[in-house]
Design a protein. Structure first.
Length: 134
């Protein structure tokens, strides 16, 4: 079952929360638990997530001057960008010891109904890379 158009907008709203969590977890991990060598790459990734989410917000709005996609057409871009952001956040926060590595499952669950070969290939490649790193 594919996400309805409102589902694409829901993903955008959820991403604002996730970007905020990246900033908060980075602050806690660096200043309280001292488990991060440097917080800068993670802050950059949080900012990147905010930027691409802002662009996606503008693209899917009805009255947007840059509206080029229907909300459901942006899901592919959202999945790929989220997958890349998750990979980089995990990489910069000690990939093999990070419990959030299980979040890759969510991307496969969301991408599966679209049955697009490129999404499945991208997810499969990412999972192969994950297991090679671990």
């Amino acid at each position: 079952m594919k996400l309805p158009p409102e589902g694409a907008i829901w993903l955008i709203r959820l991403r604002w929360f996730v970007a905020t969590c990246v900033f908060a977890a980075t602050l806690v991990g660096y200043y309280i638990f001292h488990v991060l060598a440097t917080p800068i790459p993670l802050f950059v990734m949080g900012a990147f997530m905010c930027v691409y989410n802002g662009v996606l917000t503008m693209v899917v709005r009805e009255e947007s001057p840059i509206r080029g996609l229907r909300p459901e057409d942006s899901i592919f871009a959202q999945i790929i960008l989220d997958f890349a952001a998750l990979t980089l956040v995990l990489y910069f926060s000690d990939f093999s010891h990070n419990p959030f590595i299980l979040y890759y499952i969510f991307h496969m669950i969301i991408a599966e109904p679209y049955d697009t070969e490129s999404i499945i290939a991208y997810d499969s490649f990412g999972n192969i890379v994950d297991f090679k790193i671990i």
